[in-house]
Design a protein around this ligand. Structure first.
Ligand SMILES: [Mg+2]
Length: 225
C-alpha cells in the first residue's frame, strides 16, 4: 500500500540544516525573550532551552508562564531574510509534483514562515493540500500527542495511512509508536541521531529530502502482495 498522506515537516527537513537559517531564528528567539521578559541574554538562553525541553517549543513556556501572544512571537522570530539562506530547489518542486499522495506541511512554526520558505525554495504552494501549523493544531506542538490527533482529524485520516517526514527523532517517536504512522528521518550528517531520541523512531533515514521518492517507492514494493 502506498501512503495516502505525506506529512512533511518544514524547517531543516525541506532545506538542509547547514544553511544556518534556524541558527538565525534561534538568535531571534533569544532576542525576543530579552525584549519581552526584560532579562539578560544568559537568562534568555536558559528560558529557551528549559521551555523547549518542557513544552516541546519555546513558545509553549512563554505562552503558559508569561502570556506571550502567539502571532507577536511568530512574526518576530521569523523576521529573517529567508532567501539569503535558502536556495531554490527545482528538483524538490519537481519531485513533489510527481508524488501523487496528499501532501501536507506539518510544522510547529506558522503559515507565514511556511510561505516564505516555500517561496525561497521555489516550491509551489499548490502541491500541498494544506499547511497545518501551530495554531491549526490548537497550539499543541509536536511531539504532544494532541498535535498528531488534530492533524489526523483535519485530514480524516488514520495514522497507518500516513508517512511523517521530519528531521527530529523526538517528533517521529509518537507518530510511529502511538499512531502507527511510518516515519522518515532526514539526517544529512548523523547529527540528528546524535542529538538523541528513540533509535527505533524512524523506519527510514535519508540524507536529503530528494531521497524521499526512492523510500516511497521501496515501501510500495515491500508492501505489495
Ligand atoms: Mg524541523
Amino acid at each position: 500500500m502506498s501512503s495516502r498522506y505525506i506529512l512533511l515537516d518544514l524547517d531543516e527537513t525541506l532545506y538542509p540544516a547547514s544553511n544556518g537559517l534556524m541558527d538565525l531564528v534561534r538568535d531571534r528567539i533569544v532576542e525576543y525573550i530579552v525584549l519581552r521578559l526584560g532579562v539578560s541574554v544568559e537568562e534568555a538562553e536558559e528560558y529557551r532551552s528549559r521551555y523547549l525541553r518542557e513544552y516541546g517549543v519555546t513558545l509553549g513556556g512563554l505562552r503558559h508562564e508569561h502570556g506571550v501572544d502567539v502571532r507577536d512571537y511568530m512574526e518576530f522570530v521569523h523576521d529573517v531574510p529567508h532567501s539569503d539562506y535558502i536556495s531554490p530547489n527545482p528538483e524538490l518542486d519537481a519531485m513533489l509534483a510527481r508524488l501523487d499522495s496528499v501532501k501536507v506541511i506539518f510544522t510547529n512554526a506558522d503559515c507565514s514562515h511556511v510561505r516564505r520558505v516555500l517561496s525561497a525554495l521555489g516550491v509551489d504552494l499548490g502541491h500541498f493540500h494544506s499547511i497545518f501549523d501551530y495554531e491549526a493544531a490548537g497550539c499543541y506542538p509536536k511531539p504532544e500527542l494532541e498535535a498528531y490527533r488534530r492533524i489526523l482529524d483535519h485530514l480524516g485520516a488514520d495514522g497507518d495511512e500516513c508517512i511523517l517526514v521530519e528531521d527530529n527523532l523526538r517528533n517521529l517517536a509518537p507518530a510511529r509508536r502511538i499512531f502507527g504512522m511510518r516515519t522518515v528521518l532526514v539526517d544529512a550528517d548523523g547529527s540528528r541521531r546524535a542529538r538523541g531520541g528513540p533509535e527505533d523512531a524512524a523506519d527510514w533515514v535519508i540524507r536529503d529530502i530528494l531521497d524521499l521518492e526512492r523510500v516511497l517507492e521501496q515501501s510500495r514494493l515491500n508492501s505489495e502482495p
